[in-house]
Design a protein around this ligand. Structure first.
Ligand SMILES: Nc1ncnc2c1ncn2[C@@H]1O[C@H](COP(=O)(O)OP(=O)(O)OP(=O)(O)O)[C@@H](O)[C@H]1O
Ligand SMILES: [Mg+2]
Length: 417
């Protein structure tokens, strides 16, 4: 805006002040007579971009305006970069700590980013070890509440009689044994995020209380009548499908809907096998650092076995196994199939929970035999006599089995005699 200092009714300085209050992003260039230079300078203090003294020529005006437009461009670029940096940090958090390339998890990342900009309730469901707590923490750290407390409560780990005071706190003398005032988790998480893990195990009477807090944003300590207002975001997590708990009458339906404003479902690892190699890399790096040990890498046969396995314990199971493998691996060496727990190399995981049976019994046995015999041959560098001895079968039986099962040799190489 080009604004003259001398105006009828309200002078330029006051107009400038009101304008800036209305919308700080409007840039103003003041026009002033030579004798009001002092006022022109004070207009700069009030947020004007520049001033031009009258009389002025066209070139002078154009020069000032193009400086202004350059300045505006720079300002918006800086704003943009600032935003991007924030975004990147958020993503770095996701990419650094949470590994995934599967489309299902990409969708989850998108949801996490969207919900991190709000204070809406989030309900995270997924099998054990799928990363529910990690997702809850990531949402907190991507949100504006990141500098405020993140308080996690495992609803299943606290005995039901103690849970109420654990959550809401109590006043001194509220019940026998309450020698001191106690601040509960709700109060501790004020202005931050409260993570209610295993929420399905919350007893009925506390479900009612929780619902009230979520609706009224206030609660009372046990043994007190004065309400305490709080500002929290609640993220709940559950292994069990809460719909089923509701249907079975163990979980309040109204609370279920309150919690699940934004539902996030984490797919089990067996449904995102493409993440297995990435996670192996990630854990290898993380765990070899933790164990102070250099490990060369993982043999492709291990990755193959991992891709076949069902991972009932999901990412936690993979992480724990990788830790064991890193600890046991030779310094500077490779993690090999031999290091895997019994059965993992050989057993088809068709019977793993949640997986559809694709083989009938005979084919499953054949698949097992094929892998088992191949594994044994690999270990003996394809020396058949040695393999037969290790398997405690006659050499002819081994040859017969190999023909029957179509086992020819390592890769496409012809078998050695
Ligand atoms: N996408 C991922 N990338 C890297 N690590 C992950 C990922 N998901 C989970 N993890 C790791 O796997 C482990 C289990 O995750 P987490 O504790 O969040 O699972 P959970 O769903 O809460 O399990 P539970 O139901 O058993 O409590 C953690 O060590 C976590 O850091
Ligand atoms: Mg957990």
């Amino acid at each position: 805006m080009l604004l003259d200092l001398k105006l009828p009714g309200m002078d330029g300085l006051e107009t400038l002040g009101r304008l800036k209050e209305l919308d700080g992003s409007i840039e103003v260039v003041m026009l002033s007579a030579l004798d009001s230079a002092e006022q022109a300078v004070s207009s700069l203090r009030k947020g004007a971009y520049d001033y031009i003294t009258k009389p002025f020529d066209g070139d002078e005006l154009i020069a000032t305006l193009s400086r202004l437009s350059e300045g505006l461009k720079l300002k918006s670029e800086i704003e943009f970069l600032k935003e991007e940096l924030k975004e990147r940090n958020g993503l770095r958090y996701l990419n650094g700590e949470m590994i995934s390339r599967s489309p299902a998890m990409r969708k989850v990342f998108g949801l996490m980013q969207a919900v991190s900009r709000t204070s809406s309730g989030v309900l995270i469901t997924g099998e054990s070890g799928t990363g529910k707590e990690l997702v809850a923490r990531a949402i907190h750290f991507m949100s504006d509440r990141r500098e405020k407390p993140f308080v996690a409560v495992n609803c299943g780990a606290v005995p039901s009689e103690l849970m109420e005071s654990e959550l809401f706190g109590h006043e001194r003398g509220a019940f026998t044994g309450a020698h001191q005032r106690k601040i509960g988790k709700f109060e501790h998480s004020d202005t931050g995020t409260l993570f209610l893990d295993e929420v399905s195990t919350l007893p009925m009477h506390l479900q009612i209380k929780l619902l009230r807090v979520l609706q009224e944003r206030s609660f009372e300590r046990v043994g007190s009548n004065s309400s305490i207002r709080i500002d929290i975001r609640v993220i709940a997590a559950s292994n069990a499908r809460l719909e089923d708990e509701v249907a079975a009458g163990r979980f309040r339906e109204d609370l279920f809907y309150r919690l699940k404003v934004v539902p996030i479902e984490l797919p089990p690892l067996r449904e995102r096998k493409e993440d297995v190699p990435l996670l192996v890399e990630h854990f290898l790096e993380k765990l070899s650092k933790k164990c102070g040990k250099r490990v060369e890498g993982v043999h492709p046969e291990v990755i193959r076995a991992f891709m076949d396995y069902g991972w009932p314990g999901n990412i936690r199971e993979l992480e724990n196994l990788m830790e064991r493998l890193v600890v046991l691996a030779p310094e500077g060496g490779l993690i090999r199939g031999d290091d895997l727990p019994m059965g993992m190399m050989a057993l088809a995981d068709d019977a793993a929970p949640g997986k559809e049976l694709t083989l009938d019994f005979k084919d499953a046995v054949k698949a097992f035999e094929r892998r088992y015999i191949k594994g044994a041959l690999d270990k003996a560098s394809w020396n058949r006599a040695e393999t037969a001895r290790a398997l405690k079968i006659h050499r002819n039986t081994l040859l017969l089995k190999m023909r029957e099962l179509g086992i020819k040799g390592p890769g496409s190489a012809p078998p050695r005699e």
